[in-house]
Design a protein around this ligand. Structure first.
Ligand code: PLP
Length: 398
C-alpha cells in the first residue's frame, strides 16, 4: 500500500481539477492577451477561476487578486514591494514578522536586512503560537509592514490572524499573511480579518504546481516584482498560465466550500487524531506544541530516541511518505528552525516527524501507517546507541 502523508509539502491534483485543465493545452491555447478569438476564448474560464479565488477568501469586488507562480513569488512581491514603496521611497524602515515563517518570508527579510532594513522576528509561545499582543508591543513609528503566517507549515498551528489584523488596522500598518497552509483547511476571510495582502499556492490545496496568487486590498497597490508586459494590469508581467489558473480556481472552489471545510474539520481531523493517538500510545512521544489550535490535517510528533531522518527512511521503505519538516529545508540536516523556535532541547528538534493528511487520505492508509510506524519505532529504538542512556526526562521537560 502507498500512503502519502506529506500533504503540507504538496498535494495530489484533484482529478476533477486535472480534467478541467486539459482543454487548455491543445484546444483552447490562445494567449489571453491576444485580441483574436483564440485569445478571447480563454477569458470565460479565467474569469470564472478568478471569481472562485475571490469567493474562496471572501475578497471584495474592488480588491485585486494577482496571479503569480507560487506563494514564494507572492511573498517576495509583498515584502520587496513594501521595501521599494515605503522604505526606499518612503520614511519607514522596519518590518515585523515571526521566527517561524516559511523561508519564502524569512530569507526575503534576511536579504532586506543586508540592505539596511530593520526586521523584528517575533518569538512564538510554548505552544508554537504567536500571541497577538506581542505584535502590538513591537510596532514602531517606522513599521512599514507586519507579515505573519495564517497557519504554520510544520506544526499546523493557527495564528490569531483576526486579532493581529485588528491591531495593524488600528495602527495604520499594512498586514500581510502567508495563508499557504490555511487554504482548504480553515475558513479564510480577508475582510473579516482586516488582511491587506495574502499569499497562497495552488499545489497545497489539490491544484497544480507553479501557480499561486496574491490578494491585494483595494488602495494598497505595490511596485511589481516582475516588470514587462501589461498582464495583470501591470502588477505582474508575464503570460498567464491559463490551464493552471483554471485549475487553481477550481481547486479553490472545491477546497473552500462549506462542505469541503466541514469534511476537513470532521473526517480529516478524525483520521489525523486516530493516527496521532495511536503514536502517542508509544511511551515518550509528544505532539510538539500540543494539540490545540491546529489545522485538522497536521501533526508534528517527537519520538524520543528516534532521529526524524531515520524514521523517514524506514517509512519510505514501506512506501509511506512523511517529512521531518518542510520539504524546502530537507536537503540540509540542520535542526528545523521552527522546532528550535520552541526553545526546546536539540533532541526534540531532531526527532520531529511531520505527518500531514488530505481529503484523499483513507482510513485503511492510516491503519497501515500506524502499524508501520509502531514497528519502525521498535526497530530504531533497539538499534539506537543513545536511547537507553538518555535520561528519561524528555516528556517532563516539555
Ligand atoms: C507557509 C508556506 N509559505 C510558502 C510556501 C512556499 O510555497 P511555494 O513553494 O509553492 O512557493 C510554503 C511551502 O511549503 C509554505 O508552507
Amino acid at each position: 500500500m502507498e500512503v502519502y502523508l506529506d500533504n503540507n509539502a504538496t498535494t495530489m491534483v484533484d482529478p476533477e481539477v486535472y480534467k478541467a485543465m486539459e482543454p487548455f493545452f491543445c484546444h483552447i491555447y490562445g494567449n489571453p492577451n491576444s485580441l483574436h478569438k483564440f485569445g478571447a476564448g480563454t477569458h470565460p474560464k479565467m474569469i470564472e477561476a478568478l471569481n472562485y479565488l475571490y469567493e474562496g477568501i471572501n475578497a471584495a469586488d474592488e480588491d485585486d487578486i494577482i496571479i503569480t507562480a507560487n506563494a514564494t513569488e507572492s511573498n517576495n512581491t509583498v515584502i520587496k514591494g513594501i521595501w521599494v514603496d515605503k522604505i526606499l521611497n518612503g520614511n519607514k524602515n522596519h518590518i515585523i514578522t515571526s521566527e517561524v515563517e516559511h523561508p519564502a518570508i524569512t530569507a526575503t527579510c534576511k536579504f532586506l536586512e543586508t540592505q539596511g532594513v530593520s526586521v523584528t522576528y517575533l518569538p512564538v509561545n510554548e505552544e508554537g503560537i504567536l500571541e497577538a499582543s506581542v505584535v502590538k508591543d513591537y510596532i514602531k513609528e517606522d513599521t512599514a509592514l507586519v507579515s505573519i503566517m495564517w497557519a504554520n507549515n510544520e506544526t499546523g498551528k493557527i495564528f490569531p490572524i483576526k486579532e493581529i489584523g485588528a491591531i495593524c488596522k488600528e495602527a495604520g500598518i499594512p498586514f500581510h499573511t502567508d495563508a499557504t497552509q490555511a487554504i482548504g483547511k480553515v475558513a479564510v476571510d480577508v475582510q473579516d480579518c482586516n488582511v491587506t495582502y495574502l499569499s497562497l499556492s495552488a499545489h497545497k490545496f489539490h491544484g497544480p504546481k507553479g501557480i499561486g496568487a496574491l490578494y491585494v486590498e483595494k488602495g494598497y497597490e505595490l511596485t511589481p516584482l516582475l516588470h514587462g508586459g501589461e498582464q495583470m494590469g501591470g502588477h505582474r508581467a508575464g503570460t498567464v498560465d491559463v490551464a493552471s489558473m483554471v485549475g487553481m480556481g477550481l481547486a479553490m472552489k472545491l477546497a473552500t466550500s462549506p462542505m469541503a471545510l466541514a469534511y476537513e474539520n470532521n473526517h480529516v481531523r478524525k483520521l489525523r487524531d486516530k493516527l496521532e493517538d495511536a503514536i502517542l500510545e508509544i511511551p515518550e512521544t509528544i505532539v510538539i506544541g500540543g494539540k490545540d489550535n491546529r489545522t485538522p490535517n497536521t501533526t508534528l510528533i517527537s519520538i524520543r530516541g528516534v532521529e526524524g531522518e531515520s524514521m523517514l527512511w524506514d517509512l519510505n521503505q514501506k512506501t509511506i511518505g512523511a517529512s521531518t519538516g518542510s520539504a524546502c529545508a530537507s536537503e540540509d540536516l540542520e535542526a528545523n528552525p521552527v522546532m528550535n523556535a520552541f526553545g526546546s532541547d536539540s533532541e526534540l528538534a531532531h526527532t520531529g516527524v511531520r505527518l500531514s493528511l488530505s481529503r484523499f487520505t483513507t482510513e485503511e492508509q492510516i491503519d497501515y501507517a500506524i502499524k508501520v510506524i509502531k514497528g519502525a519505532v521498535n526497530r530504531l529504538r533497539d538499534i539506537s546507541s543513545s536511547y537507553a542512556y538518555t535520561p528519561k526526562n524528555h516528556v517532563s521537560q516539555l
